[in-house]
Design a protein around this ligand. Structure first.
Ligand code: ATP
Ligand code: MG
Length: 758
């Protein structure tokens, strides 16, 4: 029996109040989107503090993101009258895990100042181990091992816990051996990875009864939001900690489980009632977020899933408008259309903060960013980088910038060793030194170094090869379209190979982003025009405050809400994603459908879904089929609309590059290079060939490109060189000197590297 609820809880509904007031014993709150689960959890926390049932430091409260933790802290502060001085144990599983681990690091062989390594470090470490074992890293890539380690750790498995099948998953039965070696290495480095933040803590709680007892005593209350996305190791440590007092309240929605690819197990919901018998199960059915139309559309869609607990949702919100489904011609029209709709909302007085565009994959943001910049609509990308800021996009742009503008030192520095070519910091320093002394661009300096003995033979060859590449690409740039040039550069520079050797989930996203970049370039006649566009876009990124439209992935939008939500790209292969379709399993399709449910239920007032009839993939138009999720939306809650304002004939739109009636122009484009803009002409003019650096136009680099020999070092003069020591000038060719060194023998060096010895 719940005691009468105090006044400050009166705006909550009865089951919510029950969730707040049932502080003793386990509570499972299971309810659909927007029913006020997070709100109830927040009030529960505030209630515990207000009633002094526990000090803030005696409450463990887990949120799914750091942002959610900040928001909860703020709200609880307000609800308790700001009396809350900190909640040390409010955060994500990882942040809480890190905090616990620092206190007991020595128990797992670490010191309390251990470092948490990132994925890059992890891969480097694994690579080392694989090499030391003389395994073929192509056959057994570090990424694969990293993925397995992650999976094992998410399931709470230590090396000794692996069974035969798991052990077999890497290098013919050496999974366990590598797992063990990796953990030993980490220990030696006083480091741990993200998975360890959870696993080490679980191990400590399991092996040290005293410490477990301590935490069981300390945490009088445990609260967990987004419970459906916990994984096994998280569940296991929650269970240990809460097992004593059993005051644990978990909150979730099985229909919103969208992280199984990160080891989340929705079965944890079912387990909870078994492990905490007698748990109060609270169902919330009233939705406070969305209109009946939106709610009915989302409920109709999720009903197609077979694996669900099932639930009813209702709302008292005004009827609202039906979910709109708009079919457009292609992606640019999709972005144009969304832009127009948002401008209209703005005119009607809707704050931009209440507008969101939720995409399935990161690459989809590009089209919107470009369009919004064009029409001057402020936007922010949440939970990711803006398209042109992503590492792989910056890399690709850096290559193109060096092709267009050999004097672009920043760009050159970014990619001279990406992908890894074995050119280290020493080489870079040498290049800088030489560029400074001779007042020429880095690339030109590198080229000169490659033709001297200043660098070891290997570095020289590598640099020469790279510069040869740039020469070739510069030639290609005159012959092919900008997007074709990008494809050539990515292929020939080894960038594509680097990505495909990388088997992580992110690497697929990176490849998609690069395809999207090529697609963006297709709209531009010349490389110069495109790069100019990019610099404008990048500049716009620096704008300050003001209201902004939010662009983010559906995954990142979990738990959030907006008045107006746009969901573009609802086509087979985009959403559901191609990967989900390729895997073909029911489970992956159902997870995509849950994601669709999460996406639609973010909307409070209006939800607009879009799909394009055509997408351009690798320069080829392909027609796309609307997502099956569009079909699955109940008709009576949907209003469909098809616009084909693109103004193109089907014939034009459907040609592929080879059938392009202007193909001959593409292949052999002298006319086109005439037609290119001034940026391009400039780019061509600053080109140089590999051997003889030649000036073609008056730019910053012009004066220095032609190497002037030094007049103060005539034949026979004695000189000193930092690396080779003393010697005598025996010959001179341009700025290169042939010097017979007393110790190092005869070398070709660049004159700016030597000084007169007397
Ligand atoms: P999700 O499943 O998306 O995480 P949720 O169940 O956590 O949703 P909340 O975000 O807590 O739902 O609440 C949804 C909206 O409903 C919020 O704007 C919240 O302020 C509001 N709300 C929650 N409870 C009530 C209530 N009793 N009366 C009025 N509004 C409420
Ligand atoms: Mg919530």
């Amino acid at each position: 029996p719940v005691e009468a609820a105090p006044e400050w809880l009166s705006h909550l509904n009865p089951p919510q109040r029950e969730a707040v007031m049932t502080t003793q014993g386990p509570v499972l709150m299971l309810a659909g989107a927007g029913t006020g689960k997070t709100a109830a959890l927040t009030h529960r926390l505030a209630h515990i503090v207000r009633e002094r049932l526990a000090w803030p430091s005696e409450i463990l409260c887990v949120t799914f993101t750091n942002k959610a933790a900040r928001e909860m802290r703020e709200r609880v502060g307000k609800l308790t009258g700001g009396a809350l001085e900190g909640m040390p144990w409010l955060g994500t599983f990882h942040s809480i895990g890190a905090k616990m681990l620092r206190r007991h690091a020595e128990l797992v062989g670490l010191q309390s100042n251990f470092t948490i390594i990132d994925t890059d470090d992890q891969l480097r470490l694994l690579k080392q181990l694989i090499r030391d074992a003389e395994l073929d890293e192509k056959r057994w890539p570090p990424r694969q091992l990293a993925g397995l380690l992650d999976r094992w750790k998410n399931r709470g498995l230590n090396p000794e816990d692996l069974d035969a099948v798991e052990n077999e998953a890497y290098a013919n039965g050496r999974g366990q051996e590598f797992y063990r070696k990796y953990q030993d290495r980490l220990k030696a480095l006083n480091a741990c990875d993200f998975g360890d933040l959870l696993l080490h803590v679980l191990n400590i709680l399991r092996r040290e009864p005293d410490i477990l007892k301590q935490y069981q005593q300390r945490f009088k209350y445990v609260l967990v939001d987004e419970y459906q996305d916990t994984n096994a190791v998280q569940y296991l440590w929650l269970r240990l900690i809460a097992q004593e007092r059993k005051n644990i309240c978990v909150v979730g929605d099985d229909d919103q489980s969208i992280y199984s690819w990160r080891g989340a197990e929705v079965a944890n919901i079912l387990r909870f009632e078994k492990d905490f018998p007698g748990a109060a199960v609270i169902k919330l059915e009233q939705n406070y977020r969305s209109t009946p139309q939106i709610l009915a559309a989302a409920s109709g869609l999720i009903a197609a899933n077979s694996e669900r607990l099932g639930k009813t949702l209702w709302t008292e919100m005004p009827e609202g408008t039906k979910v709109r489904v708009i079919g457009v011609w292609d992606a640019p029209e999709e972005a144009r259309r969304v832009g127009e709709e948002i401008e209209r909302l703005e005119r009607e007085g809707a704050p931009l903060e209440q507008v969101a565009i939720l995409v399935r994959a990161q690459y989809q943001t590009r089209e919107f960013e470009d369009r919004f910049i064009q029409i001057g609509l402020n936007y922010r990308i949440v939970g990711g980088f803006r398209f042109y800021e992503r590492a792989e996009i910056r890399d690709a742009l850096a290559y193109l910038r060096v092709v267009a503008q050999p004097a672009d030192d920043l760009a050159f520095e970014r990619i001279y060793n990406t992908p890894k070519r074995g050119l280290g910091a020493k080489t870079l320093e040498k290049m800088h030194q030489h560029a400074r002394r001779t007042d020429q661009p880095l690339a030109a300096a590198a080229l000169e170094l490659a033709d001297s003995d200043e660098l070891p033979a290997r570095a020289r060859n590598t640099i020469a090869g790279l510069m040869q590449g740039f020469l070739h690409w510069r030639e290609q740039a005159e012959k092919v379209t900008p997007s074709e040039l990008l494809r050539i550069v990515l292929e020939e520079s080894g960038y594509n190979a680097m990505l495909s050797a990388d088997r992580s989930a992110e690497s697929a996203g990176r490849a998609d982003n690069l395809v999207e970049l090529a697609r963006a370039m297709e709209e531009y006649e010349t490389l110069g025009d495109f790069l100019e566009h990019v610099s404008l876009v990048m500049d716009n990124d620096r704008d300050g405050g003001g209201e902004k439209v939010t662009i983010m992935t559906m995954h990142a939008a979990k738990g959030l809400e907006f008045d107006h939500v746009f969901l573009p790209g609802w086509e087979e292969g985009v959403f559901p994603s191609q990967r989900a379709l390729d895997e073909g399993g029911l489970a992956s399709l159902e997870e995509e459908r849950r994601l669709a449910y999460v996406a639609i239920t973010r909307a409070r007032r209006r939800c607009t879904i879009l799909h394009a009839a055509n997408r351009r993939i690798y320069g080829q138009w392909t027609s796309s089929i609307p997502s099956r999720f569009v079909e699955e939306l109940p008709d009576e809650h949907v209003e469909s609309e098809t616009t084909m304002t693109g103004g193109r004939s089907l014939w034009q739109a459907n040609w592929s590059e080879s059938e392009d009636p202007f193909a001959h122009v593409v292949q052999n484009r002298p006319e086109r290079s005439q037609a290119r803009g001034p940026g391009w002409q400039r780019a061509l003019a600053t080109g140089y060939d590999t051997k003889q650096v030649r000036v073609r136009e008056n730019t910053r680099s012009a004066a220095s490109f032609a190497a002037k020999p030094r007049s103060d070092l005539p034949l026979g003069s004695r000189v000193f060189h930092d690396k080779f020591g003393y010697g005598t000038v025996m010959g001179q060719e341009g700025n290169k000197l042939e010097i017979e060194f007393e110790k190092a023998g005869t070398k070709r060096v660049i004159d700016s590297f030597v000084k007169a010895a007397d």
